[in-house]
Design a protein around this ligand. Structure first.
Ligand SMILES: C[S@@+](CC[C@H](N)C(=O)[O-])C[C@H]1O[C@@H](n2cnc3c(N)ncnc32)[C@H](O)[C@@H]1O
Length: 312
């Protein structure tokens, strides 16, 4: 298995994590270890890198990529929302840095054969963790029309959700939808030609993203992970998150804001009586984006949003 991924904003990530020799850092989405390698170089000789990924192919790729640092690395095939459990297994109470690079790797998109892409003809799976039960095929063929529409609208912001769901429901009465190609064809047939022509993205982009988010419960897991992450940081420890679409970035942005200013007192109270103390200092007042240079070299980087905070 060849694992391909181009890590994004590596220097910025390492800078915001402010890694130092001897520190303990967690890469919660270790993938092919592009970021992990850059982090580990900063924390050697006696630092520890904990790598987590819910995709077993990624864990195998990371083990190969990090083989030379074996004594300084622990890898876990797990969902990042289980961070507290993982730290407990290592008898650790807190860590110095936590990083997550949300979304899909190039490997998952191009060569995992799990139907994340709208190219080719692959089973409609879309699970990042193939040990988990629900595939995209099951959702597309079994979810009620109302919940399919809700998925496409909420997670994909697809304005043509109703028309697409109608095509799917008509088709599945007689034929099961099994492949990405079948789903792409149904989406194309639901959209008016003028809409397809006007869209700057592939007509299936929004529905595919929505299904992937639903299959992997990405937003729920992100919420749970963020709560666990802020708890797991030492004072002065850093959190850095890369996200790739507005739904994820909104969650990260709001959480950081809430942690920085948790006071729930009405604005006209002369002083705080709720007693809630700030948990972090936000390091990215404005979201950071990749340089034009990086986007030219790696167009997949274009939608990256970086946010970071320091635990107080
Ligand atoms: C963009 S890739 C990370 C690439 C990595 N930074 C590198 O340099 O190679 C995202 C990875 O996060 C993993 N992932 C996504 N959501 C996850 C979750 N909730 N828990 C654990 N891993 C997750 C995916 O399986 C994928 O391998």
């Amino acid at each position: 298995m060849k694992y391909r991924h181009i890590p994004v904003m590596v220097d910025e990530v390492v800078g915001f994590l402010n890694c130092q020799p001897g520190q303990i850092c967690v890469d919660c989405t270790v993938g092919g270890a592009g970021h992990a390698k850059a982090i580990i170089r900063e924390i050697l000789p006696n630092g520890l890198l904990i790598g987590i990924d819910q995709d077993n192919d990624a864990i195998q790729a990371a083990a190969r990529a990090l083989a030379q640092y074996k004594g300084n690395v622990h890898l876990f095939h797990d969902n990042f929302f289980n961070l507290p459990d993982i730290l407990k297994r290592l008898s650790l109470n807190a860590v110095d840095g936590i990083f997550a690079d949300l979304g899909l790797s190039l490997y998952q998109l191009e060569s995992s054969g799990r139907g994340f892409t709208f190219q080719g003809d692959e089973p409609l799976d879309m699970r990042m963790n193939t040990d988990c039960p629900n595939t995209a095929e099951e959702i597309v063929n079994s979810a009620s029309p109302a919940s399919l529409k809700q998925i496409f609208k909420t997670y994909g912001e697809e304005r043509w959700a109703g028309a697409i769901v109608k095509k799917i429901v008509d088709h599945r009465k007689n034929n099961r939808i099994r492949t990405n190609r079948q789903l792409v064809d149904l989406i194309r047939s639901a959209l008016p030609q003028r809409v397809i022509a006007r869209r700057k993205i592939h007509p299936a982009t929004k529905v595919f993203m929505a299904l992937r988010i639903a299959v992997n419960k990405e937003l729920e897991k992100l919420e749970q992970f963020l709560s666990a992450a802020v708890e797991a940081l030492k004072p002065g420890g850093r959190l850095c998150i890369l996200s790739f679409h507005s739904l994820e970035d909104r969650i990260v942005k709001h959480r950081l804001k809430e942690w920085e200013n948790p006071c729930t007192c009405p604005p006209d109270f002369p002083r705080c009586v709720c007693g809630k103390q700030p948990l972090v200092r936000v390091l990215t007042r404005k979201v950071r984006r990749p340089s034009q240079d990086e986007v030219t070299r790696n167009p997949m980087a274009r939608s990256t949003c970086l946010r970071a905070a320091e635990k107080l």
